[in-house]
Design a protein around this ligand. Structure first.
Ligand SMILES: C[S@@+](CC[C@H](N)C(=O)[O-])C[C@H]1O[C@@H](n2cnc3c(N)ncnc32)[C@H](O)[C@@H]1O
Length: 315
């Protein structure tokens, strides 16, 4: 199998670490799928409640073209094969609502004719089908931000403050769950997947993106972005919390969920802006991430972030 460019970058940094020009990759937790003690990690999930955290400057919107396209593909597949009445879509750990807003926009854009779009109490109606969009997050401040954003854009999205480990939904009540950049924040993945499997309807899908635990992701997202450039808060990520595809598939199967085919396991990487444009954006105060990085795109290289999905079997 050819070595990906991302893996080559990781190997170069590992070689540099052997001559003390870079730090070593921290040893992983003995078992990432155990219930982990939050005090054993530098990760702080409360940063999203701080006044200083700005969803608009977080850079997460740059992921939307790649991740939302992928999620919409799973949604269309689900709708075409398992058509029911209202389709309920849940964004788990929605933060400021960046991904579910983009799903709303994509559904509106998919309408055959603008006269077939309406917003009712039950949700967004497109071409005669009702989509109920819900975002849930444990961060009160993020949910307030998400509600304000949706109201200002007249989007019918319901937002709820709630915890992944105790989802306030009936069993088998949700058709599709998206979960974007959240798995690497969870200290108890088995409990989270137990909740997900409980809420999903038979044939329902769960689709996610997360950061892979590789040398490349350590050097690029932790050492360079977080520690050296301080482009992210120092406690935004802990490399040991990142999750590999094998671990995600194992916890899915243990929860009775069936991972999608390997061909759907795809990587995601950022684009890089043309240097004069990046410099202009930096000088006009758009922050390091939004200045230097551009929209993410799908790739076969899994060494940084990746997307995949699973389904709840009908029997
Ligand atoms: C990196 S942000 C991603 C936000 C959003 N999904 C996006 O990509 O724009 C991680 C989010 O996970 C949320 N989160 C972490 N642990 C959670 C839990 N146990 N239950 C619900 N949300 C949680 C955080 O509050 C935060 O909003």
């Amino acid at each position: 199998m050819p070595v990906s460019p991302g893996a080559i970058i990781g190997r170069i940094f590992v070689a540099l670490s052997s001559i003390y020009l870079a730090p070593s990759v921290p040893p992983p937790f003995p078992d990432r799928l155990a219930q982990l003690d939050p005090s054993s990690s530098s990760l702080d999930n409360e940063i999203y409640d701080n006044q200083s955290f700005d969803w608009g400057r977080s850079g997460l919107e740059l992921l939307n073209p790649a991740r939302v396209g992928y999620f919409m593909d799973k949604l269309h597949r689900h709708v075409s094969t398992h058509s029911r009445g209202t389709i309920t879509i849940l964004d788990l750990g929605c933060g400021g609502g960046l991904a579910i807003e983009a799903i709303h926009s994509a559904l509106v854009a998919s309408a055959s004719d603008s006269s077939t779009i309406s917003q009712t109490k039950s949700g967004l109606v497109v071409d005669g089908r009702t989509y109920k969009l819900i975002g849930i997050d444990v961060s009160v401040r993020s949910i307030e931000t998400a509600r304000q954003r949706a109201a200002s854009k007249s989007m019918s999205i319901e937002y709820i403050v709630g915890d992944i480990y105790a989802l306030p939904f009936d069993a088998a009540s949700i058709d599709g769950i998206i979960c974007s950049d959240v798995l690497e924040h969870l200290f108890d993945l088995p409990s989270a997947f137990h909740s997900i499997a409980h809420c999903l309807a038979p044939n329902g899908f769960f689709s996610f993106d997360t950061i892979n635990r590789t040398p490349t992701s350590y050097y690029l997202t932790i050492w360079i972005l977080q520690d050296l450039l301080r482009a992210m808060q120092g406690d935004a990520h802990d490399h040991r919390m990142y999750v590999t595809p094998l671990e995600v598939h194992a916890v899915m199967r243990r929860s009775g969920l069936r991972p999608g085919p390997d061909k759907d396991l795809v990587g995601m990487r950022p684009g890089i802006r043309f240097p004069p444009v990046a410099l202009y954006r930096l000088m006009t105060g758009q922050g390091f991430i939004n200045s230097v990085l551009a929209d993410f795109r799908l790739t076969s290289d899994l060494s940084i972030s990746y997307l995949h999905w699973c389904e709840k079997p009908s029997s």
